[in-house]
Design a protein around this ligand. Structure first.
Ligand code: MN
Length: 203
């Protein structure tokens, strides 16, 4: 695994293909309060590209173009959070999307463990450390432990997607998954408008 780090934006000439794994690191779990610091991307070739965004301007035209490109599928694990952060700080609507957590909930009905670590362990047989999860992502110079951790959050998503796609097909739940992915932008708009804790469909 090679990890490339960029300041501010992706290089203009970088082609990550038609399916890109994305994750974000922030200063906390509240998208309205906790600033976006890092955006990780992978084309699925075992390498990761890390963008340390400018937290004053959030000016990243190449990154925004990729995120909004309708011909590029963006894979996330728990897209709801990353999409809210990307919407709030970069002002972009992410589309189209595949969320490995939603797919997992739709097919792995035999368990309630849908964390990335759980999926990677069960489906790929790899033990993922979550040690750096709550570290200071706002620091100007990230440690090797941080960049390795951040990279590992995106390099397995393509493989997970292909396993989960097989299971969605097997269980006849592809359309349900697609419809959930399409609804994500509305779920995110509700989150950012103050209905984060409310299940809008509940009685
Ligand atoms: Mn992460």
């Amino acid at each position: 695994m090679a990890v490339k780090i960029y300041k501010g934006d992706l290089p203009a000439d970088l082609d990550l293909g038609s399916v890109v794994a994305i994750d974000t690191e922030t200063l906390g779990l509240n998208p309205l309060r906790d600033k976006l610091c890092l955006v990780q991307l992978s084309s699925g070739d075992d390498n990761a590209h890390l963008v340390q965004v400018d937290r004053q301007t959030y000016d990243a035209p190449n990154l925004k173009a990729l995120i909004t490109n309708p011909d590029v599928i963006k894979i996330f694990h728990y897209a709801r959070f990353d999409m809210a952060v990307l919407k709030h700080y970069l002002g972009v609507d992410v589309s189209p999307v595949f969320c490995t957590k939603i797919a997992s909930r739709l097919v792995r009905t035999y368990t309630d463990r849908h964390g990335l670590k759980d999926l990677v362990r069960e489906m790929l047989g790899i033990d993922l450390s979550k040690q750096q999860q709550s570290s200071d992502w706002g620091t100007p110079v990230l440690s090797k432990a941080q960049t390795d951790y951040a990279a590992l959050d995106v390099v397995y998503l393509h493989e997970l997607k292909s396993r989960l796609d097989q299971m969605l097909r097997r269980e006849g739940r592809e359309e349900l998954a697609t419809n959930c992915f399409e609804f994500l932008s509305t779920r995110v708009a509700l989150d950012l408008a103050g209905w984060g804790e409310t299940d809008i469909f509940s009685h």
